[in-house]
Design a protein around this ligand. Structure first.
Ligand SMILES: Cc1cc2nc3c(=O)[nH]c(=O)nc-3n(C[C@H](O)[C@H](O)[C@H](O)COP(=O)(O)OP(=O)(O)OC[C@H]3O[C@@H](n4cnc5c(N)ncnc54)[C@H](O)[C@@H]3O)c2cc1C
Length: 373
């Protein structure tokens, strides 16, 4: 590899945000390098329910969703720890697909359209001198005109300030399971200090994924199994799922110390996107769509900059303005909704209220989602 070459764009992190940005920029004719520390395919902690707002976009990028026989999810149920249930029809709805499958399909597409995709490569540092970035990785150095941070919720150690890696209070756990469950339903089950989602994905499999506090784990001898037995299974719906399903992973897939604090869209000289620019509470089920939509409008501004139609400062300002216009309300609503869940009495009262006023529930769901793009 020629380390003196100056790429148009270097993107750090090949999740949905980084992969989709790289594909769109390469399709516009730019020279793009994408750095990913893992190698595809690999599993990720994620509920794997994607809002249908992203269907057309992913199809346009070249992912043949129509041919993949994916479950379309139109119904939502939420339960309290003692088993009180509220149901609603989802206005827009979503579809289920594993990250193992989706990220790999996007990575293959990125290579097809000319992205230089460096797997097993970890970004260690970024410097900017005379308008040229140097990205140092575990194995090589790269130069580029622009550099992007799409490294997800947990920032690398070279990021300082508001976007730096802070020890968040939450833990995410995911399983793939075989079970008996409707194809078109997503359920969100509450338990003390957390909630657990279940919905169908590809391959006749279901994704079972929950978010709780690190404290909950500590209080249960740091054992995920103890916590599931002592805390999650108090909810009768979760007890049934945990005791009557076949679990396909050897052990739970977990990420710990995640947080949902406010972040900046430009810092440490990097343009941030996806969770690196700010993560929405998982219960809203549209963090992935935020990552995808961001890559869409960001790619337009980047093209204008590289074609000398706007300055770098204009790129940064326009992107930040559009990011806030699109996502500030969603993220705030998600944060307040998350505060209502996982608190036994408060959750039960909130669900009883939503059961009595179903229009409020529909309004809340629509506030956390966007239109097709
Ligand atoms: C428990 C839980 C459940 C969720 N459920 C849903 C859901 O059902 N629906 C939904 O829409 N959203 C959900 N989300 C949110 C969703 O997973 C994220 O919003 C989405 O993955 C963000 O994509 P991203 O590309 O920003 O980050 P990621 O997908 O996390 O990708 C970041 C990539 O960067 C790589 N990386 C990190 N550091 C470096 C480095 N230094 N060098 C090179 N590579 C690096 C990582 O390996 C990773 O591949 C959930 C989140 C959690 C925590």
């Amino acid at each position: 590899m020629n380390e003196d070459k100056v790429y148009d764009c270097a993107i750090i992190g090949g999740g949905l945000a980084g992969l989709c940005l790289s594909i769109q920029l390469a399709q516009k004719g730019f020279d793009v390098v994408l750095i990913e520390k893992n190698s595809y395919p690999f599993h990720k902690v994620c509920g794997e329910y994607i809002s249908l707002e992203s269907w057309d976009f992913l199809t346009r990028l070249g992912i043949p969703l129509e041919q993949m026989n994916l479950p379309i999810i139109k119904n939502l149920s939420i339960t309290s720890e003692n088993g009180f249930k509220v149901s609603a029809l989802l206005d827009l709805g979503g579809f289920g697909i594993s990250r193992f499958n989706l990220d790999e399909k996007l990575a293959t597409r990125a290579k097809q359209v000319g992205v230089l995709l460096l797997e097993n490569t970890t970004a260690k540092n970024v410097t900017l001198e005379n308008d040229i970035y140097t990205i140092t990785t575990n194995s090589l150095k790269l130069k580029s005109k622009l550099a992007f941070g799409s490294f997800g919720k947990i920032s690398p150690s070279f990021i300082s300030g508001e976007n730096s890696a802070k020890k968040g209070a939450y833990l995410g756990v995911k399983y793939h399971i075989k079970t008996t469950f409707p194809n078109d339903l997503i359920e969100l089950h509450n338990f003390k200090d957390g909630y657990c989602g279940i919905s169908k994905i590809d391959n006749d499999t279901y994704c079972l994924c929950y978010l709780t506090t690190v404290k909950n784990l500590k209080d249960n001898s740091n054992s995920i199994y103890e916590m599931e037995k002592n805390v999650l299974m108090k909810n009768p719906y979760l007890k049934k799922i945990f005791t009557e399903s076949t679990f396909l992973f050897d052990k739970p897939l977990a990420i710990s110390q995640i947080g949902f604090n406010k972040k900046k869209t430009y810092t440490n000289n990097l343009i941030m996107l996806g969770d690196a620019a700010g993560a929405i509470a998982p219960l809203c089920g549209n963090g992935m769509s935020i990552a995808l939509r961001t890559s869409h409008f960001l790619s337009e501004y980047v093209a204008k900059f590289l074609e000398h139609k706007i300055s770098k400062q204009e790129l940064i300002d326009k992107y930040n303005k559009q990011w806030n216009a699109n996502f500030s309300t969603r993220i705030k609503t998600g944060f307040y909704l998350q505060e209502l869940l996982g608190k036994n009495f408060l959750t039960l009262m909130s669900l009883k209220f939503l059961n009595a006023f179903p229009n409020v529930l529909n309004k809340l769901i629509s506030l956390t989602h966007g239109k097709s793009f």
